[in-house]
Design a protein around this ligand. Structure first.
Ligand code: SF4
Length: 341
């Protein structure tokens, strides 16, 4: 008999399951607490639930928390984990400890089908969507789970291409009965699928980051093919006009490549695109892959962009990159290990 997994269920889902046996919402909340707060992998070890409920849960469910199969530690203490689910699909997670915040970067798919030609995950292929439980598992199963303060959906896959499971994972991560991490500390990153973004904005309070690459459509389309179907200008307009609650953040991730997207023309177009909005620009260094002729823009150039954006009234920052020595960019670990497993 295939057992249902508790990890990945909302409070309502758990209540639906146990109410048929005469148990109530209070018991459902206790089960959720054992999974999402105490992160207990063995149901027989669950605290505070009646013996009869223990018996029922053990016979029809499993906790559904599974450990990574491989990990690599970077010199800056970033840790990259590789997971493999029951169907042998691989996906990866990065834990990024910092002074005030400890961030987990989760995957939403095994591989990706957006086909961005320069992305390692894109080249890896597409092996399927991850369930809400598999997304949440990347946070609750790692050794530092109790220290996690922030979650970013920037690992393998395009979150807006797996919206239902991403929304459910966001609910579990932010809910009081779940992990109770503030939606202000959750950021979902996308290349931009407009219809999914609309639903995401309506159904969560989490932050949204758009991977831009270039403000020019003809350039962006070569790197992010989905631009053809969902022009980023439409998404920016949507965000500009969207009623934002005080603490929610919209941002642009702009990876800077020397002489490719760091010219004054790009800077002027960025200013024209984002002027008058509250959308923040995060300028990121580029990490060339093997045999890649491109290099990152210099630190000076990145600071020049930042300075010019800020004096134009656009919030901007230069972000340092973490975990470069363990290829802590989407898809690299799974790709590297594909043949080994
Ligand atoms: S850049 Fe993102 S959306 Fe594009 S192929 Fe890679 S993981 Fe997918």
């Amino acid at each position: 008999m295939i057992k249902e997994t508790l990890n990945g269920k909302t409070l309502d889902d758990i209540y639906q399951l146990i109410s048929t046996y005469g148990f109530n919402l209070f018991h459902a909340a206790l089960i959720a607490k054992n999974i999402y707060r105490k992160r207990i992998t063995d149901i027989s070890q669950f605290h505070g639930i009646p013996r009869q409920l223990h018996k029922i849960l053990t016979s029809v469910t499993s906790a559904g928390i599974f450990l990574p199969v491989h990990s690599e530690v970077s010199t800056d203490n970033t840790i990259k984990y590789l997971f493999r689910n029951d169907e042998e699909k691989q996906f990866e997670t990065v834990y990024i400890p910092d002074k005030k915040r400890n961030t987990v970067c989760v995957s939403t798919q095994s591989g990706c089908r957006m086909g961005c030609p320069f992305c390692v995950t894109g080249k890896y292929g597409f092996y399927g969507n991850l369930s809400a439980g598999e997304i949440v598992n990347q946070i609750i199963s790692i050794p530092d789970a109790s220290k996690v303060t922030h979650v970013v959906f920037m690992g393998m896959g395009e979150p807006m291409d797996n919206l239902e499971n991403v929304l459910k994972a966001c609910r579990i991560i932010t809910a009081e009965w779940g992990m109770a991490i503030s939606s202000r500390n959750i950021t979902v990153s996308t290349v931009g699928i407009t219809r999914s973004i609309k639903s995401f904005l309506e159904q969560t309070e989490c932050n949204l980051a758009i991977s831009l690459f270039s403000p020019f459509a003809d350039e962006r389309i070569r790197v992010i093919p989905v631009e053809k179907k969902y022009p980023v200008h439409e998404i920016i307009d949507l965000l500009k006009n969207y009623p934002v609650r005080k603490k929610r953040r919209f941002s642009i991730a702009y990876v800077m490549i020397e002489n490719v997207n760091d010219t004054n023309m790009h800077l002027d177009e960025l200013k024209a695109m984002l002027g008058g909005s509250k959308i923040r620009v995060n300028l990121l260094p580029y990490h060339p892959g093997k045999d890649d002729p491109h290099t990152s823009s210099s630190n000076e150039r990145m600071l020049y962009f930042k300075h010019n954006l800020v004096i134009s009234g656009i919030s901007a920052s230069v972000r340092r990159s973490r975990g470069a020595d363990i290829s802590a960019a989407c898809g690299l670990l799974a790709t590297g290990l594909k043949k080994e497993f």
